[in-house]
Design a binder for this molecule. Sequence first.
Ligand SMILES: NC(=O)c1ccc[n+]([C@@H]2O[C@H](COP(=O)([O-])OP(=O)(O)OC[C@H]3O[C@@H](n4cnc5c(N)ncnc54)[C@H](O)[C@@H]3O)[C@@H](O)[C@H]2O)c1
Length: 349
Amino acid sequence: MQVHIPLKKVIDNSYSITIDTIPTTHFDTKVAIVTNPKVAGLHLGYLLSKITAKELYIITVPDGEEYKNQVSIDLILESLFNHRFNRKSMLIAFGGGVIGDMVGYASSIYQREIDFIQIPTTLLSQVDASVGGKTGMNNSYGKNLVGAFHQPKAVYIDPSFLRTLASREFGAGIAEIVKMAVTFNKDFFAFLETADLKNPEILQDAIKKAVQTKADVVAQDEKEHGIRAALNYGHTFGHVIENETKYKRYLHGEAVSIGMVMANNTSVKMGLMSQDEAHRVKNLLEKYELPTSYNISNTSDFYETFYLDKKSSDTSITFILPVGIGDVKITDECEESLIIEVLKEFGSN
Ligand SMILES: NC(=O)c1ccc[n+]([C@@H]2O[C@H](COP(=O)([O-])OP(=O)(O)OC[C@H]3O[C@@H](n4cnc5c(N)ncnc54)[C@H](O)[C@@H]3O)[C@@H](O)[C@H]2O)c1
């Protein structure tokens, strides 16, 4: 005997991303703003001048990638239980990608799902992490290995928060912008080559273009069954660099910057990209003082570490390779010998 449960339904998860000063908003429900002490110290006063709610709480978790873990998630959940949040209540993620990913995840599991809003405050989170509904946390096995797809109800990107951002954090965000342009949008890349992103108005335009590019990709492939994986360009190599340097030497975006150069060199060797195009990408990264070189001490160890990548299987490694500028190929058919040749150009053996 079989019991059939018909669950085919169309779910509309659409939402808007506002790139402007935060609109004055009142929420007729319980709301918790989740942030960290650094962001709270710099910008919470401003946020509280814009946002009111029937009941408004502030939850603070420690700052840093090392706190993107179950302990912080529990801290958020316990606070919600203590304040008797219900399924109509809402969370606001106020911070960089660490806060955004954790608040999204906490809201996806609290009473099986409540709404949340993203108010990203780093460049990386404004152009990338806050858009697309990937949420999660790290554990002892690796980064972002536990999580859920849970789309925010809205995203408010206010570029004025970026005035207080450290310059390396700014550069790390630029790397993700370059990633978006190289993989999907050659006009955007040409714009970036001449633009001065230190100019706030031009930066706002670049944020808009990056967000639009990511939104178009997410709209086609929300749960990364295909084309969305291309946004991991530079990450296959970058994750190994982060792993080798114990997540201490480089910010994520900086490791991705080197990773993009490695991916480009692979594309050049495979005839997918011209040397000139690879140079243009490298020049753009260097314009924002992003690292583009790295000394690989052992190419075989480096290669083996690819297998830890979420996109890899036990027997194959998936590479995201640019095809010229503005197009991309996802492939698990790269010859090991070719990749080793690329790695040798970065290393001593
Ligand atoms: N969900 C996704 O699609 C996605 C995409 C990319 C990255 N991520 C995740 O995002 C995280 C990285 O995000 P991040 O680069 O924003 O790092 P982060 O959240 O750690 O922020 C970097 C630092 O900047 C501080 N900060 C935040 N806003 C500031 C401001 N306005 N002024 C001064 N300092 C400020 C933070 O407190 C922190 O110390 C990683 O955990 C990564 O896995 C997620």
